[in-house]
Design a binder for this molecule. Structure first.
Ligand code: NAI
Ligand code: MG
Length: 331
C-alpha cells in the first residue's frame, strides 16, 4: 500500500526534523509518497503569502498532512496559519500524549493525554480595537465544540482502557464561557459511568501537574489552557523535543509536534526529531499502520533508554542526523 501524505516542512528546525522523520518512517517500511508543500515565514518573504493556495489544495485532496512548525509574526496582521488551518478544516481535536521516558526529564511516571479544543476560545481571532487605548478580545465557547472535544476524550479513554478524565477550566471567573464548557463536558461524562470524572481549575492544575503529574490521565480542556498545559507537561518529561500531537477533524487530519520553529537552534542540525517522528507515528495509527507506528515508538524508546545518542536538549551530544541513524538502526 502506497499512501499519499502532504508534508509541510515549515520554518526554522521544521525542515531538519521533517527530513529525519521521513527517513525513520521509510526505515519502518511504510511506503509514503510525500507531497511536499512549502508554507511559512520563508514563503511569506518570497510570495507575500504565509500559505500558498497549493497547500490548501493539497490538504483538501489528500486529507492527511504531516506538518513542521511555522513561525508566526508576533503582534502584526498575520493570523497564525496553524490556527487558520485548524479552523478552516474544522480540526476540532488537538490530541497530545505526554509520556515519561526512562531516566529522562524530571519525572518517571507521567502518562497523560491532553485533549484540547482546537477551533474556538480566545483563538477565534475576534479582537476589536475599541479605541487607540483599548482592545476587546472575545472568547467564543459553544456547546457543540465543547461536547465534541469531550466526546473525543471519553471515547479515547474507554478505547484505550484509561480510567480518568479531568476537565480543566476557569469557570469560577468566566462563569458563562467556562461554565458552558463544563456543562457540556458533564453531559458527556454522564454517559461514561465507568470513567472517573473530575474538574480542576486551571491555575491549580498547573501546580498539580508540577507536583503530582502521575495522578492525571486524560485531560480535556479549552484551546488556550490546552496550549499552555501542553508546554508545561512537555517540561515535565524532558521538553518540547519529545511531545507529539495530532489535529483531528471529520474529513482530514494534520499531525504536528507541540513545539515551534525553535529559532534559537534552527540551522545548527541539533534539533530533536522525536516530537515530529512520534507525530508521524500517530499519523500511521490514523492510517491504520499500527504495527509500524508501534515499531517506531519502540525504537525511539530503546534509543532514549540507552542514552548513548541523546540530542543536546536531553543533555546528550548527538545531532539530528546521528540520532536519526541510531533510531533507524534500532528499527
Ligand atoms: P519553540 O517551541 O519553538 O521553542 C521553545 C524552546 O524549546 C526553545 O528553546 C527551543 O530551542 C526548544 N525546542 C523546541 N523544539 C525543539 C526540538 N525539537 N529539539 C530541541 N529543542 C527544541 O517556541 P517559541 O520559541 O516560543 O516559538 C518560536 C516560533 O514558533 C514562534 O514564531 C511561534 O509562533 C512558532 N510556533 C509554531 C507552532 C506551530 O507551527 N505549530 C507551535 C508553537 C510555536
Ligand atoms: Mg503552543
Amino acid at each position: 500500500m502506497m499512501y499519499k501524505v502532504v508534508l509541510i516542512p515549515g520554518d526554522g528546525i521544521g525542515p531538519e526534523v521533517a527530513e529525519a522523520t521521513q527517513r525513520i518512517v521509510e526505515a519502518a517500511g511504510v511506503k509514503i509518497d510525500w507531497i511536499v508543500e512549502e508554507a511559512g515565514a520563508h514563503v511569506l518573504e518570497a510570495t507575500g503569502k504565509l500559505v500558498p493556495q497549493s497547500v490548501y489544495d493539497a490538504i483538501e485532496r489528500y486529507g492527511v498532512a504531516l506538518k513542521g512548525p511555522i513561525t508566526t509574526p508576533v503582534g502584526t496582521g498575520f493570523k497564525s496559519i496553524n490556527v487558520a488551518l485548524r479552523q478552516k478544516y474544522n480540526l476540532f481535536a488537538n490530541v497530545r500524549p505526554v509520556k515519561s521516558y526512562p531516566g529522562i526529564g524530571r519525572y518517571s511516571d507521567v502518562d497523560l493525554v491532553i485533549f484540547r479544543e482546537n477551533t474556538e476560545d480566545l483563538y477565534a481571532g475576534l479582537e476589536n480595537r475599541i479605541s487607540p487605548d483599548e482592545v476587546h478580545g472575545i472568547k467564543v465557547i459553544t456547546r457543540q465544540a465543547s461536547q465534541r472535544i469531550a466526546q473525543e476524550a471519553f471515547t479515547y479513554a474507554r478505547q484505550m482502557g484509561r480510567k480518568k478524565v479531568c476537565a480543566v477550566h476557569k469557570a469560577n471567573i468566566m462563569k458563562q464561557a467556562d461554565g458552558l464548557f463544563l456543562e457540556a463536558v458533564r453531559e458527556v461524562a454522564a454517559d461514561y459511568q465507568d470513567i472517573d470524572y473530575s474538574e480542576v481549575i486551571v491555575d491549580n492544575m498547573c501546580m498539580q501537574l508540577v507536583m503530582y503529574p502521575e495522578k492525571y490521565d486524560v485531560i480535556v480542556t479549552e484551546n488556550l489552557y490546552g496550549d499552555i498545559l501542553s508546554d508545561l507537561a512537555a517540561g515535565l518529561v524532558g521538553g518540547l523535543g519529545l511531545v507529539p500531537g495530532a489535529n483531528i477533524g471529520d474529513d482530514c487530519a494534520i499531525f504536528e509536534a507541540v513545539h515551534g520553529s525553535a529559532p534559537d537552534i534552527a540551522g545548527h542540525g541539533i534539533a530533536n526529531p522525536t516530537a515530529l517522528t512520534l507525530s508521524a507515528a500517530m499519523m500511521l495509527d490514523y492510517l491504520g499502520e499500527k504495527e509500524s507506528a508501534q515499531r517506531i515508538r519502540k525504537a525511539i524508546w530503546e534509543v532514549l533508554e540507552k542514552k548513548e545518542s541523546l540530542t543536546l536538549d536531553l543533555g546528550g551530544a548527538a545531532n539530528t542526523q546521528t540520532f536519526t541513524e541510531v533510531v533507524i538502526h534500532a528499527l
